[in-house]
Design a protein around this ligand. Structure first.
Ligand code: CTP
Length: 396
């Protein structure tokens, strides 16, 4: 980040206040920030605040005689290393996707020759609206990096995806995009498993677990951003596929094992999936019925293949094999035992006794034969960025 110049375009949404914290974080890492506010943004955060935090003039209008006499907007759009749109509102992204340039922010976005990173924040229904889905897809197609919003309670009282990611996670994405010009995983194939598996009982019922897939998807996204070819074998989750990632959807542990085998060879495999340890021995062909006799049908379980342990012994074993260990007690000792038992190179252990499964934050310990590295609690995409940085170093 040292010496990098960020042009920060602040859109008009309630999350605009978080752009102040982002400016502070970029400055702390040694970057320089120039802010541009849309008219809407000025209702949420003042130019004075951002000028003080960035220690740079703040721009709000295309009709600035002094600036435009020197081709102001063109120069502004070209003199940055990266353009960050934060928050990217539904309206701003719609204009970007359509190529509309009717104010300073949109004119800069159309005139720039630099990479653009958009950080959406909006109401969950606006994010899920077909028009926004279309606009996000076409922006990604145009080469704009559009981050996934966080899910959770919103300022408007609703719940779901649409929250601005934590400023630390945005900073990690900015750093990765800037550093990404170096693409430390270019030419590597990274295999990631994510999500739960569903093990059928009968045609309508299954055994499952609480895994949301978020951590695995974030890792796949970070690996792709670092230049890797990424295959993501995903259990049943409804998360969007990260940009640049090849996704293979599976349902059961056995499907996942087969998809992993088919995706090999890989330079690194990161097994984040919460694979069901057991499945029902004999899946019923028809829905099990209560027959009135009061006899409860017995569910006999049988063990699923251990995908990670099998991969560790496979002839085409990836050079770096990383497992995850979801534990509810004795987190590090259990992970150390798992490292030896499964034959992985690293085990990333996390304590899932709280709301980690399904939540957006995670606290992990990286357990290697040489010792344990504990990371502080952070958003799952920051965990992903930290892991991918270490994986890049290990494969270098
Ligand atoms: N794993 C796997 N196949 C399985 C079970 C687990 O590949 N059938 C992988 C997971 O993806 C994860 C690691 O093994 O990377 C550890 O998963 P976990 O469920 O914590 O371990 P278990 O083997 O189930 O151990 P335990 O039941 O003792 O916790």
């Amino acid at each position: 980040m040292q010496g990098k110049r960020i042009l920060l375009i602040v859109g008009g949404g309630i999350a605009a206040y978080k752009s102040c914290e982002l400016v502070r974080l970029i400055r702390r890492e040694g970057g320089a920030v120039t802010c541009v506010l849309t008219a809407g943004a000025t209702h949420f955060v003042t130019p004075m605040t951002l000028a003080a935090l960035s220690e740079n003039p703040v721009h709000t209008t295309l009709w600035d005689l002094d600036a435009e006499a020197k081709m102001g907007h063109i120069q502004l759009s070209r003199s940055a290393d990266l353009v960050v749109v934060c928050p990217a509102t539904a309206d701003l992204m719609a204009k970007m996707a359509a190529g509309i340039a009717d104010d300073l922010a949109t004119t800069l976005l159309l005139a720039t020759d630099k990479p653009v990173l958009a950080v959406p924040a909006m109401n969950v229904r606006m994010w899920q609206h077909a028009a926004t889905r279309r606009n996000v897809a076409s922006l990604r197609g145009d080469g704009v990096e559009v981050l996934e919003p966080d899910a959770g309670p919103m300022a408007c009282g609703e719940f779901g995806p649409g929250r601005l990611p934590e400023p630390t996670a945005i900073l990690a994405a900015i750093t990765a995009t800037l550093g990404g010009q170096a693409k430390p995983l270019a030419g590597r194939h990274v295999l990631v498993t994510a999500g739960p598996t569903h093990e059928p009982i009968d045609p309508v019922r299954y055994i499952a677990n609480r895994s949301s897939g978020r951590q695995g998807f974030a890792i796949a996204e970070a690996a792709a951003r670092a230049g890797a070819r990424v295959t993501l074998v995903a259990g049943p989750v409804s998360l969007p596929t990260p940009a640049g990632v090849t996704r293979i959807d599976v349902e059961t542990a056995r499907d996942m094992a087969a998809a992993v085998d088919a995706a090999l060879p890989a330079d690194a495999a990161i097994m984040v999936a919460a694979v069901a340890d057991w499945r029902v021995a004999a899946e019923a062909g028809q829905k099990l019925k209560k027959d009135g006799s009061g006899v409860i049908p017995p569910l006999t379980l049988t063990e699923n293949p251990d995908i990670l342990a099998r991969l560790a012994r496979a002839p085409n074993r990836p050079r770096l094999l990383v497992g995850f260990a979801a534990e509810t007690e004795n987190v590090v000792p259990h992970a150390e035992a798992k490292l030896a038992r499964k034959g992985a190179d690293w085990i990333v252990a996390n304590d899932v006794s709280g709301d980690v499964m399904g939540g957006t934050r995670n606290t992990v310990h990286i357990v290697r034969a040489t010792g344990v590295e504990s990371l502080p609690e952070m958003p799952k995409d920051a965990v992903a960025a930290a892991l991918i940085e270490r994986i890049s170093d290990a494969l270098a």
